[in-house]
Write a new protein. Structure first.
Length: 263
């Protein structure tokens, strides 16, 4: 974190929750509807990964380096420990944060992510290509995130982002350089080739909620079942929806998160 510029913001009050988003996404791309629900009970901490949005350049090349950035942010704002919610690629960062900096993670919530290595179940090549594209079309984004028969919900999600950024509810922060997205995608190659992360999941001591979308074509639910089976103190929930199930079913997801954290 020393010498590194990280853009971040917070909202809500309560126990801190660090939110880690997916590939090629800024801190402004969380569904405002979901944030409103979570902010009722939690102090949400959102930030731009290095190389994205308003943050400085990314000097690393791995998810461990992004976990180190997240750890540095938590320490720099004097948060002793936080609940950590990682979605998609953010789940890779969250897993490394829990392994590399366990003292900072109170609870771990992994949504629509995979364990790395040979235990990973990948979506179709077409869906993977969209997920890796630094400049996908709006139609491609929605086809990846929402079920084919729920595309109208996806368009409403984009509308919520536009209105919230115009009103100032969320930062007007959507700068995603293609070079950074490409680097994030390249970091997935060693993640998928090595079983290191999968093996180290057994070391995670933080209570963990693994959440999957039943119709997720990017990260099939089998990945979350394998994560939940590997982390000692963990539980699994499978909700309706595709890769963006936490945006499609925000009340159900937020309810599961609140119930998990209150136990």
């Amino acid at each position: 974190m020393a010498g590194q510029t990280v853009a971040w913001y917070e909202r809500g009050a309560g126990p801190p929750m660090l939110m880690l988003t997916g590939t090629g996404s800024t801190m402004a791309e969380w569904d405002p509807g979901l944030l409103r629900l979570l902010a009722r009970e939690h102090r949400l901490i959102l930030f731009d990964y290095p190389g994205l949005g308003l943050s400085g350049p990314w000097r690393g090349d791995s998810f461990d380096s992004l976990a180190d950035t997240a750890a540095g942010l938590i320490r720099s704002i004097d948060v002793p420990e936080a609940d950590v919610l990682g979605w998609s690629m953010g789940g890779f960062v969250a897993q490394r944060l829990a392994v590399d900096h366990p003292e900072l993670v109170a609870h771990l919530i992994l949504a629509g992510t995979n364990p790395g290595g040979r235990r990973t179940v990948l979506g179709s090549k077409r869906i993977q290509a969209i997920d890796s594209d630094p400049d996908p079309s709006e139609a491609e984004i929605l086809s990846e995130l929402f079920p084919p028969d729920r595309q109208a919900e996806g368009r409403r999600f984009l509308g919520r982002l536009r209105r919230a950024s115009r009103s100032g509810e969320i930062p007007d922060d959507f700068q995603v350089p293609a070079a950074t997205t490409d680097r994030q995608v390249r970091a997935e190659d060693p993640w998928l080739r090595s079983d290191r992360n999968y093996r180290q999941l057994a070391e995670i001591g933080a209570p963990t909620l693994a959440a999957a979308g039943r119709r997720d074509r990017v990260v099939p639910p089998a990945n979350l079942r394998r994560i939940a089976a590997r982390i000692p103190s963990s539980e699994l929930v499978v909700l309706a929806g595709a890769h963006a199930f936490l945006f499609q079913e925000p009340r159900a997801f937020a309810g599961e998160v609140d119930d998990f954290l209150s136990r």
